[in-house]
Design a protein around this ligand. Structure first.
Ligand SMILES: [Zn+2]
Length: 179
């Protein structure tokens, strides 16, 4: 799976393309909605490693990596937050679904056993035949040198993604300028 870095940066960048702010949103609220929320929603699926550490049982890449959980999580979180941020419930639920779904997409395109996308209807794991991200081998321990490969890859991915979006926004803001 990609590390939280790739998930967080992807969520942050995808949020730039979603209708996430109202015209009169305060600066603090904008930070909450445009940075904190997308990063949290795009990474939260991997918090399933916590029950795994506590119980010693295999939870990671389980239920939280399924479409049914994505839907339920999005509906509940949107219900809790839509009034606070003055969004329509439907709009925030869709946005949350897309941001959370970005996590599943990245994991789907990562080297490894894949994700239980259609759980509980089937316990099969799904993975793309095209690998975009090298996998992290957790069984080798936290500090194994082999982790440098996926981490370097993700650093390059993150820098390119952030740079690409900044460039695109500059071009959009100044269409006649050569940037
Ligand atoms: Zn994951």
């Amino acid at each position: 799976m990609p590390s939280p870095l790739a998930h967080a940066v992807s969520g942050y960048v995808f949020a730039k393309f979603l209708p996430l702010t109202q015209p009169r949103t305060s600066r603090r609220r904008r930070w909450e909605i445009l940075c904190l929320y997308p990063v949290f929603v795009a990474t939260v699926a991997d918090l399933d490693f916590i029950p795994q550490i506590i119980t010693g049982k295999s939870f990671h890449r389980g239920l939280t990596h399924s479409l049914i959980f994505t839907l339920g999580f999005s509906l509940i979180l949107a219900f809790i937050l839509h009034n606070r941020w003055q969004f329509s419930y439907k709009q925030l639920a869709w946005i949350t679904f897309i941001l959370y779904g970005s996590h599943l997409v990245l994991d789907f395109f990562t080297e490894g056993r894949g994700i239980p996308l259609l759980y509980p209807f089937t316990e099969n794991f799904f993975v793309s035949s095209i690998t975009l991200f090298p996998g992290v081998h957790h069984s080798r321990g936290l500090w194994h040198y082999s982790h440098l490969i996926p981490i370097s890859f993700e650093l390059v991915y993150s820098v390119l993604l952030v740079w690409g979006v900044r460039w695109w926004r500059l071009v959009k803001a100044n269409p006649r300028r050569n940037i």
